[in-house]
Design a protein around this ligand. Structure first.
Ligand code: NAP
Length: 283
């Protein structure tokens, strides 16, 4: 006699998130919420993987019922060298966060962080316009590269950027072109003057880290301020920006929206990002 439960589990699509450490990841709670909401028989699990085991694990997962995975720190850049196909946006950003394991065994790598960033702004600040004025991006790490790509793609005409390590912002200018203007970290406050979109793309302001300390006096009231950090939801940067009359959007929505394309590819259902989704992840 066939055991129905094991039969169902054996045939349910599997997905997960690869990283190290991975225990803090909110992705299993997010995808688990969507699986329950849509009644999908699938599983999404955290997969702690050391860098030296990444290639081996990627070879095995498609043979073990996995249809794809998310990839997070520290594997987002290394994964590009292991994938069979890389989307243009992932190649431009230099990192991938979403893998599709195709039926022919090929691994397809994409980066949905920039999509998630813009979708979050469009949902939570519907009147935001990319071309309303200069954008100012603080930080030049992996997430900042996705933000820069998506802002330029959305029609920002001037993108100002600053980073503690100036070389990384210079690299972004060299790769993304003439619309990018580099400001020195010591002069970061100056780049806020007239900026209509201001983004903290550093890890400063996260729980356990120091706050972002660049002077915000030049922030224009009415400008849109957003933070990629979402623990806490209200970062010191967002609190001060709000106090100066800015519209603010927190970083949680970016996390939720960047996950939607992967969920749809793996489980066949475009998930809705709404208040219930936020609550499930903050939970
Ligand atoms: P990353 O590649 O390690 O970059 C970290 C950035 O923070 C760099 O610009 C770095 O500057 C800066 N930084 C770190 N410590 C600093 C300090 N003490 N003083 C000044 N600058 C400092 O990390 P990432 O992947 O870009 O992630 C950045 C943040 O975005 C993280 O908090 C991450 O959790 C968040 N994130 C959120 C989402 C979302 O969906 N909301 C998605 C992706 C990332 P240097 O170059 O000088 O080191």
């Amino acid at each position: 006699m066939i055991d129905d439960t094991s039969f169902t589990i054996a045939n349910a699509p599997l997905a997960g998130v690869i990283g190290m450490p991975i225990a803090h990841s909110r992705s299993p709670a997010l995808h688990g919420h969507w699986l329950r909401r849509y009644g999908i028989k699938g599983y999404y699990v955290p997969l702690p993987v050391m860098p030296e085991h990444l290639a081996d694990v990627l070879r095995i997962l498609p043979r073990a019922g996995f249809v794809g995975v998310n990839v997070t720190i520290p594997h987002k850049e290394a994964i590009l060298g292991l994938a069979d196909a890389v989307t243009d946006r992932a190649a431009l950003i230099g990192a991938a966060n979403t893998l599709i394991f195709r039926p022919d065994g090929k691994i397809h790598a994409d980066n949905t962080d920039g999509y998630g960033f813009i979708a979050n702004l469009r949902q939570n600040a519907p009147d935001w316009q990319a071309d309303a004025g200069p954008a100012a991006v603080i930080g030049a790490g992996g997430a900042a590269r996705a933000v820069v790509a998506s802002l330029l793609d959305s029609g920002v005409r001037e993108l100002r950027i600053t980073n503690r390590t100036r070389l990384r912002s210079e690299q972004i200018k060299a790769e993304f072109g003439a619309r990018v203007v580099v400001y020195d970290w010591a002069q970061a406050g100056n780049m806020l003057e007239g900026a209509q979109t201001v983004v903290n793309a550093t890890s400063l302001g996260m729980e356990g880290k120091q706050a972002l300390r660049i002077p915000l006096e030049a922030l224009s009231p009415g400008a849109l301020a957003t933070d990629l950090v979402y623990t806490p939801l209200m970062t010191p940067f967002l609190i001060e920006a709000q106090g100066r009359g800015c519209r603010i959007v927190d970083g949680l929505g970016m996390l939720l929206h960047q996950a939607a394309p992967g969920f749809e590819r793996w489980f066949g259902q475009r998930p809705e990002v709404d208040d219930d989704t936020r609550r499930a992840v903050i939970g």
